[in-house]
Design a protein around this ligand. Sequence first.
Ligand code: ADP
Length: 163
Amino acid sequence: MKKAIYPGSFDPVTYGHLDVIHRASTMFDELVVSVLNNKAKSPLFSAEERVKMLQEVTKDIGNIKITSFSGLLIDYAKEIDVHIAIRGLRAITDFEYELQIAQTNRKLSGGELDTVFLTTSLEYAYLSSSSVKEIASFGGDVSQCVPPFVMEKIYKRCQEING
Ligand code: ADP
């Protein structure tokens, strides 16, 4: 069985992530989408909340599993016996960072974890979780960036924070 993992912060999941998820799910028998629980960052949503949002917006895709992990991707990938990581590339600015991570993972895993890049669909090239959070924090319209379920959660969280 061909499995792959798509790791990320997904804080929150956007239509850009979903595009990568849909396309990757057709290339593998099973796609594990995994939320990185990075305690050094202060995310808008907890790892549990991010997992729930991903579950909701991918519920129509059959071969997907949503999980979360902390620590190194290579350790988690080994634990669940996955040898391919999926990452998305939006622009040349993503490339340098992603290349470094991919090469580090390959080296540290002794060649056990390779990375496959999917280039973003043009209509989502501008999208990032950070810009979505910034727009929503000023009450802007994010309906073209995230699914309605996620949009509701962001506005609610922004209201809680802004008071
Ligand atoms: P990170 O994992 O770097 O914290 P994200 O959770 O935002 O960042 O993104 C996870 C992966 O999805 C990364 O490979 C990122 O390049 C990719 N990605 C993010 N937004 C988009 C988009 N709009 N189109 C395609 N890929 C994207």
